[in-house]
Design a protein around this ligand. Sequence first.
Ligand code: ZN
Length: 206
Amino acid sequence: MSGYTTIPYVIAYADELVDDPIYFEWHNHEYRLTYGKPRPSDWVHGILRGRVKDLRDKPDRRGPERMRKLNTRRQWRCMDRLLCQVCGCPATDPATGCIPWAVTSTVFEQTGPFGGRTNAPPTCWRCIPKALEECPMLREDFAVYTVAGAMSAGVLADLYEPGIIAYQPVLTKHNVFVAWDAHRHHGAALAVAQVVELHGMKPVST
Ligand SMILES: [Zn+2]
């Protein structure tokens, strides 16, 4: 029993988690991370993306939820299509064309007076009260905005370097932002989430 009545769309289930080992390979005159049996879809703009399965629609095969783990694929889809991270439906308010976005300080970095970067997908108006009610951590440190637009900025990634044993990666940094144009870090990054830059943010009182 989890105690949660809502399992957010972005949360992973146990049998979706994949622990395929990663390696460094020599590629285009530099080291880059790869899986043992790589697939083209493992890379996004030259950055290796953490593998997960998406079994959300197969309840008998997915196992129990893992509330502390994100399903990287579903998080990505939420950012690409501006889907609500709780219910998975389009988050944009059809009346205003703005996107409701709830952030905490741990997932948001201000980059200008009306904008910032986040790895947390939007939350639709319908789900915001539910999220606040069910997640005590949110209540302590929570701000809701309406956002005019969101652009893909890069990834949240773990960074590795080749170890003493050739090609064996050693984790050097956990959860760092790697921009799409920071090419020099791409080969060493394992993406865990997509990061977007929000524009035209206006605070909403809750
Ligand atoms: Zn929702």
